[in-house]
Design a protein around this ligand. Structure first.
Ligand code: SF4
Ligand code: SF4
Length: 161
């Protein structure tokens, strides 16, 4: 699977494309509400040709929001107590959200494999959200995510084509 994009150039590419993406949003706000099926097709097409193991950007830079259930599941998989896992890997941030103590994620390997892949947090499983219902509600958040994730970048680019 070839990924044609230079990941390091992604923030610059996304910043450059942002005015066009915003223009598209302003002109097509209403239309976007009925475009989930089309956007999900784009998501699947682009995800299929993207190798996350060559990227790992989200695991290096974004702090996913963690739930109690995530901690319980991770603790079980590591055969540790939830309180122990909490102390080792997580903290409550200034907004009151539970997040990893530090990024890159402590479970990310040098080969970009996730050490707890089967039991990774829900937010990790759902990223980059380009296949979620009512995508129009997160269109603007996705413009931000396009600086990190080549899948989001490509979905937004294909949308405006
Ligand atoms: S738990 Fe796994 S998928 Fe989630 S950020 Fe860490 S390495 Fe990435
Ligand atoms: S940023 Fe996007 S392409 Fe990169 S690893 Fe995460 S989901 Fe995959």
């Amino acid at each position: 699977m070839n990924q044609p994009m230079d990941y390091k150039a992604l923030p610059t590419l996304a910043t450059k494309a942002t005015p066009e993406w915003k223009r598209y949003y302003s002109k097509n706000k209403k239309k976007l509400e009925g475009m989930d099926a089309e956007i999900h097709l784009l998501h699947h097409k682009i995800s299929a040709k993207t190798n996350c193991l060559e990227c790992g950007n989200c695991c290096r830079t974004l702090g996913p929001m963690i739930t109690d259930k995530d901690i319980e599941r991770i603790a079980k998989s590591l055969r540790k107590k939830s309180s122990e896992v909490m102390d080792l890997y997580f903290k409550v941030d200034e907004d009151g959200d539970m997040v990893f103590k530090s990024m890159p994620c402590p479970f990310l390997g040098a080969d970009n494999y996730c050490a707890i892949y089967e039991n990774r947090p829900k937010a990790c499983r759902e990223y980059p959200h380009t296949d979620r219902k009512k995508f129009y509600q997160i269109y603007n958040l996705s413009i931000k995510n396009a600086e990190t994730c080549p899948i989001v970048y490509e979905v937004l680019e294909e949308l405006i084509r």
